[in-house]
Write a protein that binds this ligand. Structure first.
Ligand code: NDP
Ligand code: 8X3
Length: 249
């Protein structure tokens, strides 16, 4: 039987690239997200190897019942990729928007915790599984106006480290991927649909793609069982950290 990867936020960017990469590597994929049309399109494209599951990671009850509703053939999740997440706004901390802050905290921190709390007990019971969390270079150090988004990704780092400690007595593995600039829908969402501002984020540098991060995820998943890729920082070549980016005109 093919192993199963569950990927949150599989409807765009890094999550969609991970879904495609895991399918290509011979996994069956539970693709989760809020965009029903996109999930249906993935189902049409991949057929029996893809199981679409519609829920918002912020809705704890629906997330739990959705995972509990998986048919037996799809219930033994081998790899959980906690990818769903977002940045909203790029403003000084003393001027940030409360609603944006709440959405980032509810999605990036509480959403990942919900997925871990829902899926990992089964992995521990089977003594088999791998959790891959998508953090960010933004979690390594705050950058100007990144404040709350950076804080959520620093929290993802701590949550990942904590889980790794708490399952160290099992065969489970826990990985944190920390991408730098990846050209996806991320900046369009961050700037609330201001596409021109979003495009400027990637001007003068060749950014990473979702596929680059998916390659890192599958590398970690396919490492020999005794090898735990604990953390990977993946940057574009002319990016040195969250705030040092050398652009060419
Ligand atoms: P995208 O905006 O392209 O994709 C984000 C995905 O997350 C979408 O499928 C989106 O679904 C989903 N999502 C957002 N909120 C929720 C929610 N409440 N419930 C379920 N799904 C949700 O951005 P990326 O692919 O770039 O982002 C993926 C992850 O990578 C995020 O955690 C981000 O922080 C992280 N990251 C991104 C980097 C970048 O430069 N792009 C760099 C480092 C980390 P929907 O379409 O319904 O909103
Ligand atoms: C996304 C990368 O540098 O825009 O986490 O914060 S960055």
């Amino acid at each position: 039987m093919k192993p199963i990867a569950m990927i949150t936020g599989a409807t765009s960017g890094i999550g969609e690239a991970c879904a495609r990469r895991f399918l290509q590597a011979g996994y069956r994929v539970i693709a989760t997200g809020r965009n029903v049309a996109k999930l249906n399109a993935l189902k049409d494209e991949f057929g029996a190897d893809l199981y679409p599951l519609v829920f918002d990671v912020r809705d704890r009850q629906v997330a739990e019942t959705s995972v509990a509703s998986l048919p037996a053939a799809w219930s033994e999740i081998d790899v959980l990729v906690n990818n769903a997440g977002l940045a909203l706004g790029l403003d000084p901390e003393y001027q940030g928007d409360y609603s944006d802050w709440d959405t980032m905290i509810d999605t990036n921190i509480k959403g990942i915790l919900t997925m871990i709390r829902t899926v990992v007990p089964g992995m521990v019971a089977r003594n088999r599984g791998h959790v891959i969390n998508i953090g960010s270079v933004a979690g390594d150090a705050a950058y100007a106006n990144g404040n709350v988004y950076c804080a959520t990704k620093a929290a993802v780092k701590s949550i990942t480290d904590g889980l790794r400690i708490d399952v160290a007595h099992t065969e489970l593995r826990v990985t944190l991927l920390k991408p730098g600039l990846v050209e996806t829908n991320f900046s369009n969402v961050r700037f609330h649909g201001d596409d021109e501002r979003a495009n400027n984020v990637y001007k003068g540098i060749t950014p990473l793609t979702g596929d680059d991060i998916a390659d890192a995820a599958i590398y970690a998943a396919q490492a020999p069982k005794h090898v735990q890729i604990a953390e990977m920082l993946i940057l574009a070549t002319h990016q040195a950290n969250g705030s040092t980016i050398v652009r060419k005109n």
